[in-house]
Design a protein. Structure first.
Length: 427
């Protein structure tokens, strides 16, 4: 028999969906709650529950809502209202961790921002194509773009069809941890991913940058390695008849230009007393001029041209020529009696050598940093104290016809080369 109170009735229902009379001894399959028009303000509503406690809880919630909200409480179905209450209970439990109250509106907004971003959804390979097109339109350096395309080919093997708005920090970190390569390689990919997801956020394809929460690997900074004066002399002696290689080699050794800068340098930018490194050709995108020291002027004189590339081939070809030069110089050294030590090629050693030697000789941090195109902090961290002034004096005395043999001198520099007159020209 159904029991009734104030527009609400509750009845026991058997397996055949028949109301069980009050005194009948039949198994209860469901508890049926009926909300009459007096409660809903419209048509009656029925709900079925497997437990009497659930049915009574529903009645209790319904009457509370009716008292507070009137008929508007029934715009939402009781099931949705019950679910909302459970969701709010979960948010209340999480509020302690968040340190503030969390609302259903906030939770729904968070879901919609992440699941249905305002700019629509893109899978990784689609977003990558648009990102690369954007980078290509920014007048970035060709070598950077080549490296970028190479990185994305590798990234797409993992994330190709994954929507960018569901990629998490954990997914990125897991992929980076499985990446074969050095810690620097890992950091390079992370930098690229941070830039990529910044782009995706601006396009509103995702609401946040998951890569920004991934930490960079800690790098052990390798020591700055330079050539000795004798090694530089041997390379110059071996290359002094090579009209294609020698000017670029001498400019790196005595003007400290970066490899990319010297390979982009035109003879029209090599003046009588200085070299202009144009902003478009500089790594830092800042124009600078570099003083042509007397010994560099002597090395360049036989090969000067009005226009045309100083090194007429690619950076890769330049690297190959330098490698071949080291092999040839070592072969010549092995034929000496006694044999000369092997020259071991060091990363960026031509620029590092020029920087260290210039700083040691000029003893002028600001001028040296200006010539090299970077800050004082970098100068001190990489180059300060690597060589002494006597060794630097020998270095700046290296000129055509005087590079082989190189007279060794002691630390006091007694009875040897005169100190060269380096130009200190502010630019």
């Amino acid at each position: 028999m159904a029991s009734k109170l104030s527009g609400v009735s509750i009845a026991k229902i058997d397996e055949n969906r028949v109301v069980i009379p009050k005194n009948a001894n039949r198994r209860v399959a469901w508890w049926r709650v009926t909300l009459g028009k007096k409660i809903t303000g419209a048509k009656k509503v029925r709900r079925f529950f497997s437990k009497e406690s659930e049915a009574k809880e529903f009645i209790e919630l319904t009457l509370e809502s009716k008292q507070v909200e009137g008929h508007e409480a029934f715009i939402l179905t009781p099931a949705i209202r019950a679910e909302a209450r459970r969701c709010q209970e979960m948010l209340d439990a999480a509020a302690a961790k968040a340190g503030r109250r969390l609302s259903l509106t906030e939770a729904v907004g968070f879901f919609l921002r992440h699941a249905l971003p305002h700019g629509g959804t893109r899978v990784f390979k689609e977003a990558a194509l648009e990102f690369l097109a954007n980078r290509e339109s920014k007048n970035l350096k060709p070598r950077y773009l080549v490296n970028l395309r190479s990185q994305f080919r590798r990234l797409e093997t993992e994330f190709s069809t994954t929507r960018v708005n569901v990629i998490t920090s954990q997914m990125i970190e897991s992929w980076l941890n499985g990446l074969k390569g050095s810690a620097k390689t890992r950091n390079n990919y992370l930098i690229t991913l941070r830039t990529f997801f910044d782009f995706c956020v601006k396009q509103k394809w995702c609401s946040e940058n998951p890569a920004s929460d991934v930490d960079k690997a800690v790098l052990d900074e390798p020591p700055t390695e330079i050539l000795s004066v004798d090694e530089a002399a041997r390379l110059l002696a071996c290359a002094q008849d090579d009209a294609e290689l020698l000017p670029a080699l001498a400019i790196q050794l005595f003007a400290g230009l970066r490899r990319s800068e010297v390979c982009a340098l035109d003879w029209s930018e090599v003046r009588d007393d200085e070299i202009e490194v144009k902003a478009a050709k500089s790594k830092t995108r800042a124009r600078r001029t570099v003083t042509i020291q007397p010994n560099l002027a002597a090395w360049l004189q036989p090969f000067r041209q009005i226009t045309g590339r100083v090194f007429p081939r690619s950076e890769d070809a330049y690297n190959e020529r330098l490698n071949a030069l080291v092999i040839a110089a070592n072969k010549q050294g092995a034929a000496e009696m006694p044999p000369l030590p092997l020259i071991t090629w060091k990363r960026n050693c031509l620029r590092h050598t020029a920087a260290s030697m210039l700083l040691a000789f000029l003893k002028n941090d600001n001028l040296t940093a200006l010539e090299l195109g970077h800050g004082i902090e970098v100068l001190h961290r990489h180059y300060k104290g690597l060589v002494g002034k006597v060794e630097a004096a020998r270095y700046w005395s290296l000129a055509p016809g005087a590079v082989s043999p190189i007279e060794r001198i002691d630390s006091a520099g007694q009875g040897t080369l005169d100190l060269p007159a380096l130009h200190a020209v502010e630019s």
